[in-house]
Ligand binder design. Structure first.
Ligand code: ADP
Length: 495
């Protein structure tokens, strides 16, 4: 109770409160002047001393109330003081010069007191506003923090945060679920900087190679990096990791955040799919080889029978079997790429000759499309001839497949920056910008809006890209939907 009264009376304790009272200053002022009237006049009696004393009381009350109740409190105290001075003039029956000088003094004091009340009151109210604003900001920041924490905890991905100042870690529940243990207080590595639980392609990562550490120390933004993680229970899981630095207003890195997705199941499925492709293509290879053998024998035999219908049918079977074999070969290649078993047999040869050869073989298979190539210059490359032939075949057959009957296909070779660049241009359906990167992905085919279907499985460009990449070259495409495409690939030149 006593403490409550003290708080109520203490103007400092009232800072930040904007319920300025009018009744309390009025009550205290009135009481003070009433006491003065009784005590000072009746007991002290000396007028000079009394004047000084009363002014002192007024100043004290005005300062106190301006500081406690703002401008209103100060002005109310000023008004009470002036009223009391006027009462003195009236009750002591001042007349003439004394009355005039008394009124003048009262007016001057009233003016000064008002000024003082306004200044102190304004100061007090400004401080109050500042305190309230600061309280509000703090409240909002805390509210934001709570909201963020809740979102963080509810996210279905692992979130890891690292503080730059002291290196402490924080994270959400899902993160603990992924790693199968509590989030440690600090990132830990072994002495040589190689932690025992993070791997990339089966090789132990250095701690400075972790996405979150790169984001923290170099400000790197990491997107979709795949790493392996060995849990405490010895289970190896696959993670897709993103990381980004967190900066303050001065653009200094103060922390880093990383999100982690457990893609173990996805990886497992992918591996099983690869295993299946591998097995299926191997299983299909043997029967096709023997089928081809028997077809050749049948062909020879049917030629002697001179039965035209039979001969035509066997030719159709032969063509279809060859197509089947090409598909199986592509499947095998995809599987070799996936398992890192695509090998090359490189030699030096003239690329111009190879292109001419490919065109001679493919020209009869196009639908009245002329393949134009008039380069005679020699371009020596060091590559796997058979595999490059495969790339050329793929690009030319695609150019033919995705273009109208009777249109031209133009091939060119040029050198630029110590590279040979081959281009295959067609005047067909073209490829949209958004698809131009994706078509080189495994099994990717451009979704067809016209519902016109083209045969194929989307393996050719994937295999071609891998072949070119492994020759230290590049493969890309330019063009627009409806106005044809130009495919390019580059290879290092050889003297
Ligand atoms: P496939 O032709 O067997 O479907 P590819 O890997 O060779 O597989 O090609 C992938 C996809 O790229 C094709 O399905 C097609 O949508 C697109 N594409 C390839 N070449 C061309 C081209 N010359 N013009 C238009 N689209 C093409």
């Amino acid at each position: 109770m006593g403490k409550k009264i003290l708080t109520y009376l203490n103007p400092i304790a009232q800072l930040g409160h904007t319920e300025y009272s009018l009744s309390f200053p009025l009550l205290i002022n009135a009481t003070a002047y009433l006491l003065s009237e009784i005590y000072v006049y009746n007991i002290v009696g000396n007028e000079g001393l009394v004047g000084t004393y009363i002014i002192f009381v007024s100043v004290a009350l005005i300062i106190y109330f301006a500081f406690r109740d703002g401008i209103r409190g100060g002005l109310l105290s000023t008004a009470t003081a002036v009223t009391y001075y006027l009462y003195i003039l009236y009750s002591r029956e001042y007349t003439g010069m004394r009355l005039i000088s008394g009124l003048e003094t009262t007016a001057i004091l009233g003016f000064m007191f008002s000024l003082m009340a306004l200044t102190i009151g304004w100061l007090k109210q400004t401080i109050d506003q500042l305190i309230i604003r600061e309280k509000h900001a703090r409240y909002e920041a805390e509210e934001g923090k709570v909201q963020l924490q809740t979102i963080l905890q509810q996210l279905p991905v692992g979130v890891l945060l690292i503080n730059k100042k002291d290196g402490t870690l924080d994270g959400n529940k899902h993160m603990e679920k992924i790693i199968g243990s509590k989030i440690p207080k600090y990132l830990t590595a072994e002495n040589n900087g190689r932690p025992h639980f993070a791997f990339k392609n089966n090789i132990r990562m250095l701690s400075k190679e972790w996405p979150i550490v790169r984001a923290l120390s170099k400000g790197e933004v990491v997107a979709g990096e795949e790493i392996e993680f060995l849990r405490r229970d010895k289970r190896k899981i696959y993670l897709r990791v993103n990381a980004a630095p967190i900066k303050n207003n001065n653009k200094e890195i103060i922390a880093a955040v990383s999100t982690l997705y457990d893609i173990t199941q996805e990886k497992d499925l992918e591996r099983r799919k690869d295993d299946f492709i591998n097995m299926a293509s191997h299983e299909l290879k043997t029967p096709i080889t023997s089928m081809k053998l028997y077809i050749e024998m049948l062909l020879r035999w049917s030629k002697s029978t001179k039965n035209e219908r039979l001969l035509k049918m066997i030719h159709t079977i032969k063509n279809q079997t060859e197509r089947l074999q090409e598909l199986v070969n592509d499947l095998l290649d995809v599987s070799r790429i996936q398992t890192g078993k695509l090998y090359f047999n490189k030699s030096k040869f003239n690329l111009t000759d190879l292109i001419t050869e490919a065109i001679e073989l493919l020209q009869p298979t196009t639908r009245n499309q002329e393949i134009i190539f008039d380069t005679k210059r020699k371009f020596t490359v060091f590559a796997d001839r058979f595999r490059l032939y495969q790339v050329l075949t793929n690009l030319i057959t695609n150019a033919s497949k995705y273009s109208p009957e009777g249109s031209d296909i133009i091939l060119k070779v040029q050198t630029k920056d110590k590279k040979v660049i081959v281009s295959v241009k067609d005047f067909g359906i073209g490829i949209g910008k958004d698809q131009q990167k994706k078509i080189f992905d495994r099994l990717y085919q451009v979704p067809d809006i016209t519902e016109k279907t083209f045969p194929g499985l989307g393996m050719g460009l994937y295999i071609s890209r891998e072949i070119i990449k492994r020759h230290k070259g590049n493969i890309w495409v330019k063009g627009k939907v409806g106005s044809g495409s130009t495919f390019y690939f580059s290879l290092p030149t050889v003297q």
